[in-house]
Ligand binder design. Sequence first.
Ligand code: NJP
Length: 238
Amino acid sequence: TGKVAVVTGASSGIGVAAARLLVAEGVRVVLAARRRDRLEALARELGDAALVVPTDVRDPKAIEQLFATVQQRYGGLDLLFNNAGLGYNGPFAESLPEEWRETIEVNLYGVLHCTQAAIPLLRGRPGAMISTVSSVGGRYGLPGWSVYNATKFAVVGFHDALRKELGPEGIRVALIEPGAVWTEWGFKVPEEAMRQRRQELDALHPEDVAQALVYSFAQPPHVLVEEILVRPVKQIVP
Ligand code: NJP
């Protein structure tokens, strides 16, 4: 297609799957996350269609640099996939303010900074889209994930207002809300417990979520698939 996408959190999980599927659709992808070695390994696999820009989404200067590079290299942007995110598990009563801060900085401020920096590059590009990964935890409370919940609920409210601001100029603003996915996500849960839970639920694979992104992005420019909640069929709650 010759289109250009920025994928945040492209070093793992859903971001890796999204980059692969986008490239298979002919999209050029800019891979952003902190772990350069992972990004470079993925770029080697994807070839000329991929560009690595190591980025910490907690750092507004790094984000500025990321989008300046995109502008310089490609002259614009068609898709921002706000996917970088994390969550710490445990009772709120025992949680640490440093964990709250990191969660809010990545899941909320990271989305705000990336989105604001992307808007000028998206303007005037037919079918331009901002797609942000929220969660079933952006709709329902998950005990043990309260601060994560707070950030994903915030993303939902931000999305709804932004869609109304940017829709009239033809920029599509969309949300993807996954349930349990087999990825590295979920700090402080013992690995074995996470594995068991995902096994019980027959959790989604990262590609299952990435398909939702590719589907919504592939629609004609006048079509906004605003929200996709995709969960493992056995995950009946939340
Ligand atoms: O998780 P994981 P997912 N700056 O841990 C990046 C949501 N979700 O693919 O910087 C830049 O494999 C990190 O990169 P690095 C979830 O909330 C998931 O599942 O190199 N990037 C890595 O690439 C999130 O929004 C589930 O460490 C930063 C990526 O984020 C999205 O899905 C359920 C960063 C995380 O990859 C993708 O997460 C659900 C920073 N400061 C929602 N910090 C699920 N897996 O069950 C982290 O409802 N990253």
